[in-house]
Design a protein around this ligand. Structure first.
Ligand code: PLP
Length: 375
């Protein structure tokens, strides 16, 4: 038998790694369903249904510097975000989405075999990036109400010993929308690991621990413009780092990963905070209305959420069948095949008419599914 020459060269851990399964792109689905893109109710990726601030479109149209490489030191961006955070720019590093900062932070610390702690159910990139670094993922499950089990985390860190490097905590947590409390975070910060607090959805909750960073050697907070500011497609987020750590991050950050368009969009967004904050308030009000409408459906059990999505447990029908049924009607929600969540769907909060369409669609789908089960 001839040996595969590529297999000899490829890293064996990547060769056997599970492939990343992205959600079906909007354009592809619209073609597949034969529906115009505007008719699709896209509530599967926690995007902002109101989009960017109007001044973002003007700034992008007016910019005349797309031929010039972006500023690798992010001078204007870091200056502009200072008053928003109330922190010195020396703590702040922008990245190509907070995804890039998850990746870079991991690469600063994790050698093959080192341990990364994650608190499932939670955002998938923590385990994905751990695999890329050939790290070992230690999962400390959340309690049934999705709260963090600090005692179990302490035990896991103690038994991992020197190899435990990072602990990823997401608050509000994706997929359920629960918050970490100040007391639990304080407890976690006493552990000898770097605590990476992912606050991608902080603006919807009104809670942030970003001001704690200067007082803690081991706290990093990640934030993004994808959600509250509607810039998901432009890919820009940032990390708030202790000063001693920020200097190492700059060494490994690709210099041009923030493009000029993303920079312009952030500067325009920070100049239109009132507009964006009003949209956040509309989304929060809609979230509460959506939760009440969902709770009125007997087979749907929504969890409380401090974010822009609602996790629902489904009883009496398969959540996968339900997701497929909704998809055929052009309504996209997130389904999970993972243990513990396989009877759940997550619905992002959209505009009022999109949320109404989702609730109507769910009602119809559930009665159609019950009819096929009883026939
Ligand atoms: C918890 C969490 N962190 C980070 C991200 C990624 O954000 P960004 O678009 O800034 O890469 C997401 C995106 O859905 C998320 O849910």
């Amino acid at each position: 038998m001839t040996e595969d020459p590529l297999a000899r060269l490829l890293r064996p851990d990547i060769a056997t790694m599970e492939e990343y399964t992205p959600i079906v792109p909007f354009e592809v689905l619209s073609r597949r369903l034969g529906l115009p893109a505007e008719a699709i109710v896209k509530l599967d990726a926690n995007e902002n249904p109101y989009g960017p601030a109007p001044s973002v479109y003007r700034a992008l149209a007016d910019c005349r510097r797309y031929n010039i490489y972006p500023d690798p030191e992010q001078t204007l961006l870091r200056e502009a975000i200072e008053p928003y955070l109330g922190l010195s720019r020396d703590h702040i590093v922008f990245g190509n989405g907070s995804d890039e900062l998850i990746d870079l932070t991991m690469r600063l610390f994790v050698f093959p075999g080192d341990e990364v702690l994650s608190l499932p159910p939670t955002f998938g990139m923590y385990s994905y990036n751990t695999s890329l670094c050939a790290g070992r993922l230690i999962e400390v499950p959340r309690r049934d109400d999705f709260s963090v089990d600090a005692e179990a985390v302490e035990k896991a860190v103690a038994s991992a010993g020197e190899r435990a490097k990072l602990l990823f905590v997401n608050s509000p947590n994706n997929p359920d929308g629960s918050l970490i409390s100040a007391g639990v975070l304080e407890r976690l910060l006493r552990l000898p690991v770097l605590v990476v607090l992912d606050e991608a959805y902080a603006e919807f909750s009104g809670q942030s621990f970003v001001s704690w960073v200067p007082q803690h050697w081991n706290l990093v907070v990640l934030r993004t413009f994808s959600k509250w500011a509607g810039l998901g497609g432009l890919r820009i987020g940032y990390g708030v780092y202790p000063l001693a750590l920020a200097r190492h991050l700059w060494k490994i950050k690709p210099p041009y990963s923030i493009n000029v368009a993303a920079q312009e969009a952030v500067l325009a967004s920070l100049g239109e905070r009132d507009y964006l904050t009003a949209n956040v308030a509309r989304i929060v009000a809609e979230r509460e209305r959506l939760i009440s409408s969902l709770a009125a459906l007997p087979q749907v059990h929504p969890y409380p959420s401090q974010s822009n999505f609602v996790l629902c447990r489904i009883t009496g029908s398969s959540s996968l069948e339900l997701k497929r049924h909704l998809e055929r009607q052009g309504i996209l929600v997130r389904y999970y095949s993972k243990p513990g969540l396989s009877d759940c769907i997550r619905i992002s909060v959209g505009r009022p008419e999109q949320n109404d369409a989702a609730v109507r669609g769910l009602k119809e789908a559930l009665s159609a599914l019950s009819a096929t089960q009883t026939s």
